[in-house]
Design a protein around this ligand. Structure first.
Ligand SMILES: Cc1ncc(COP(=O)(O)O)c(C=O)c1O
Length: 420
């Protein structure tokens, strides 16, 4: 039987080195736990970057996947299938009450696969709406984005990222798509000033994360979402919210925008929508923005988008999130986890802690120094977490985690972090 070491060597030889993984091999998983080939058990505190809200291999989601796999998996959008409609109907019902629809035009979705595709789709929709509905002069539509954003990895998306090393790769991926303007995150005044400076008549959309995940769990100042909503409405700019990491309960509300009762015009979803088993993403908005007068046949698509297998999984994932009250659980368990982590941070830690922050079960500890060795020590002690930007460790376990499991994790984190 090959060992963990053999698998890591194989990855290094045959897979492009586009990641720098923690040296652990996962060969099976259940709930919040994952196991390596030697059967060592770990608590998953990354959840595949917040995709495993419902826990690994949720029995109902796996059942839906298997049942659908025996019927039909992929039809392409050249034909209709009997799963996409019911899935999107449910998605629009669940998400619809969280979407701004001032003309009562109705809620529609465009299904894709990965998060980055949902973002690309949202950008196309926003620009098309800008030209067709807002009457922006051709070729002049602009989209405002935030510093330290993370929206995925396509050329266009990395082109407006400010992460020079990881995303833009020191200019080796350019030239990039024009038409994006970057402003600081969490600064509503700067948003309004920028709109006025550039000219509101040419701005199609403001794209941002309601809480920046990959940037290191950066929570915007209280009131930011509300102010953005007001500014976007005032200047007829589409408020496009990337809830790919924060959506479906992760931050303790169904969507992070719910913390301020704010309804975006366009919501981008992915990750947990696929129940941790299959890539499922979507753009959800209103018919006035994405209806047949804006998105016409041939203007956008994906061979796999809206396939029957993805639809069956997506529908079941929504069911499970709602029925198991995962947003409330994330709030309750997240508050508890954060409180315990803050207590640890007060002690004499091996490297100084700058801040413990987050919302729900999206929590980070920021250190004053590089924290990679802490991540490796946590792994050696049975906890899988991941550093981001070298000094920040994110803790984002599946939302089904129990208080006992958090206590178990906190004991280990304390052992690893605190000077004995
Ligand atoms: C906020 C946000 N948007 C988009 C993406 C990209 O999603 P994917 O990796 O599925 O393309 C991510 C991934 O981490 C994300 O956190």
């Amino acid at each position: 039987m090959p060992s963990s070491k053999d698998y890591i060597e194989m990855d290094n030889e045959y897979c492009a080195h586009n990641y720098h993984p923690i040296p652990v091999v996962i060969s099976r998983a259940e709930g919040v736990w994952v196991y390596d080939p030697e059967d060592k058990k770990y608590l998953d505190c990354l959840s595949a970057y917040s995709s495993q809200n419902t826990g690994h291999c949720h029995p109902e989601i796996i059942k839906a996947l298997k049942e659908q796999a025996d019927k039909v998996t992929l039809s392409s959008r050249a034909f209709h299938n009997d799963m996409m409609g019911p899935f999107l109907k449910k998605l629009c019902e669940v998400v619809g009450t969280h979407i701004n629809d001032p003309k009562n035009s109705g809620i529609m979705a465009l299904p894709m696969n990965t998060g980055t595709e949902a973002v690309s789709t949202g950008l196309k929709v926003a620009r098309a709406w800008g030209y067709i509905k807002k009457k922006i002069p051709k070729g002049e539509a602009k989209i405002i984005v935030c510093r330290d954003n993370f929206h995925g990895r396509t050329i266009t998306i990395v082109g407006f990222s400010t992460d020079i090393s990881a995303a833009r790769y020191y200019g080796n991926f350019g030239p990039y798509t024009p038409g994006f303007i970057t402003i600081p995150y969490g600064d509503a005044e700067e948003l309004e000033n920028t709109i006025l400076e550039i000219g509101p008549e040419t701005i199609a959309s403001f794209l941002f994360e309601p809480l920046q995940g990959e940037a290191g769990v950066k929570v915007p100042p209280e009131g930011f979402l509300k102010e953005v909503r007001e500014i976007c409405s005032k200047y007829n700019v589409l408020m496009m919210v990337d809830e790919i990491q924060t959506g479906l309960g992760r931050t303790g509300e169904l969507f992070a925008c719910d913390h301020e009762n704010v309804k975006p015009d366009i919501m981008l979803l992915g990750k947990a929508l696929g129940g941790g088993v299959y890539p499922v993403s979507a753009v959800v908005t209103n018919r006035d923005i994405i209806g047949p007068d804006v998105i016409k046949p041939g203007t956008h698509g994906s061979t796999f988008g809206g396939n029957p297998l993805a639809s069956a999984v997506g529908m079941k994932s929504l069911d499970v999130h709602l029925r198991e009250n995962l947003p409330e659980r994330a709030k309750e368990m997240g508050d508890y986890f954060m409180k315990r982590l803050k207590e640890i941070a007060e002690k004499r830690t091996k490297i100084p802690v700058k801040e413990v922050r987050g919302k729900g079960l999206l929590i980070a500890i920021e250190f004053e120094e590089n924290a990679r060795h802490i991540v490796e020590e946590l792994k050696n002690n049975g906890i899988l977490a991941k550093d981001t930007h070298a000094t920040i460790i994110r803790f984002a376990p599946p939302l089904i985690i129990t208080k006992e499991e958090i206590d178990w994790a906190v004991d280990i984190i304390e052992k690893v972090l605190v000077k004995q």
